[in-house]
Design a protein around this ligand. Structure first.
Ligand code: 5AD
Ligand code: SF4
Length: 432
């Protein structure tokens, strides 16, 4: 039986995609790259912007034929848009077998088994009647030497533009022992790099025997896990980037030189209306301290343009902050009003043409910074964790592809010779 998992969303939802696949892989499904070849499709949806939601909805629409060709096939729609639109999806697309919202992810394996267990049995029986098939190259859910560990879910913030708190609920932290056990288990199975995940990952805290363990303390402890070479975390809230976290990052060897700091805007006036709990000055100050503690750290960011009432001057401040911060990667978005959020009650008064123009100016600036960061690596030798197939990443988050690859899971020294499509290209003579 063959499974195709599609994700339209953030890294959080990519990791959820793995979890969403697990009740099916547990029943013997294997991964296929093409939806057309699949017996089951799990669609993991996002609702953070209207565009992401529209993409998921149109994908479901396009699956009608796939489903009609063989009604034994199974279609599951999960995630954030499923949480927001559940009954509507079921009504609009009656061929969807199961809709499970993001808030139910802890119960998801049970829900799937109860709703679809009998269908899977029937499917398994039907498929046995066919001769063994030649499968496409399986997509796999993640490279075995890199793994995600979700440490918290939900969000206690109320950024005025954001729908996440309403679809994912309040913060829930996974207990310290559970996190450590999962890390050790994944390292035991060959993971060299772990990415800790959570909506505001650095607000995580746990305890051991009643004593509180903070997120920076968790990082320090991960620094002592034998065989764990690299640790990343996604996505931190700038508010919790404090001295303790900066110290932990600077002194723990396996913490990678990379941080995602979602700025959203460079205008203090807008940051206030967005309810972000920081201003532009504090971001610059925190970044300067991060760069002192971790010399080679690379910063990436998210920015929204065209938030209600954004003036040319507000936007210039955003450009100014980006110029000073010099993020190596930026994810830029046009403001999209989301139902039920505070800002949906404000007038969406920045004309579409102005949003477009601001977005293209911002993109020109951000793309230039990315190109500069890539170009600065040409001629250098970088450490790359080989994820297989001559592909991997540097500690500071650049993708690298090179010739002369070896089995996955080892760190290779690659001399960068050029770049193509934002990937560093290189070669290695390290054949140890
Ligand atoms: N409109 C546009 N962008 C948004 N984001 C979140 N909500 C919205 C919205 N309503 C962006 C933010 C966030 C990223 C995941 O998506 O930049 O950091
Ligand atoms: Fe990720 Fe947010 Fe989209 Fe949910 S709504 S998938 S948390 S980006």
């Amino acid at each position: 039986m063959r499974l195709h998992v599609v994700t339209f969303g953030c890294q959080m939802s990519v990791a959820d995609g793995e979890e969403l696949a697990s009740p099916l892989t547990g029943r013997g499904f294997t991964a296929v790259a093409e939806p057309a070849d699949a017996d089951a499709i799990v669609l993991n949806t996002c609702t953070v912007r209207q565009h992401a939601e529209d993409k998921a909805v149109s994908f479901i629409g396009r699956l009608r034929d796939w489903k009609e060709k063989d009604p034994g096939r199974v279609l599951i729609v999960a995630g954030c848009a499923a949480e927001r639109l559940g009954p509507w999806i079921q009504k609009r697309f009656p061929y969807v077998d199961l809709v499970v919202g993001a808030k139910s992810i802890e119960d998801y394996p049970r829900i799937v088994e109860e709703a679809l267990g009998a269908r899977f049995d029937a499917l398994a029986e039907a498929r046995q009647a066919f001769p063994p098939e030649t499968l496409d190259k399986p997509t796999g859910w993640a490279s075995p030497c890199t793994a995600f560990v979700t440490i918290m879910r939900g969000c206690n913030y109320s950024c005025s533009y954001c729908i996440v708190p309403s679809v994912r609920g309040r913060e829930l932290y996974r207990p310290y022992e559970t996190v450590m056990a999962e890390v050790r288990e994944k390292v035991g199975r060959g993971a060299k790099e772990i990415t800790l995940l959570g909506q505001t990952v650095n607000s995580w805290n746990g305890n051991e025997g009643g004593a509180r363990i903070s997120f920076p303390e968790l990082l320090r402890r991960l620094g002592r896990v034998e065989g764990l070479e690299r640790v990343r975390f996604e996505s931190p809230h700038p508010h919790f980037v404090n001295d303790d976290l900066i110290d932990a990052m600077g002194t723990t060897k396996n913490i990678c030189e990379q941080i995602h700091l979602p700025l959203q805007s460079g205008s203090d006036r807008l940051l206030k209306i967005m309810r972000r709990n920081y201003d532009a000055g504090s971001i610059l100050d925190k970044t300067a301290r991060l760069r002192r503690a971790m010399h080679d750290i690379e910063v990436s960011t998210d920015i929204i343009v065209g938030f209600p009432s954004e003036t040319d001057e507000d936007f210039e401040r955003t450009l100014d902050l980006v110029r000073r911060l010099r993020p190596s990667w930026s994810y830029t978005f046009k403001y999209s009003p989301r139902e039920g959020t505070e800002s949906a009650g404000m007038t969406d008064d920045v004309p579409e043409a102005v949003k477009e123009e601001r977005l293209s100016r911002l993109n020109a600036l951000c793309d230039g910074l990315t190109e500069e960061a890539l170009a600065a690596r040409i001629g250098k030798v970088v450490d790359v964790l080989d994820e297989g197939g001559g592909f991997g990443r540097t500690r500071d988050g650049f993708k690298v592809s090179w010739t002369g690859s070896r089995p996955a899971g080892r760190t290779v020294k690659v001399r960068v010779t050029g770049t193509s499509k934002r990937i560093l290209k290189g070669e290695t003579d390290d054949r140890a």
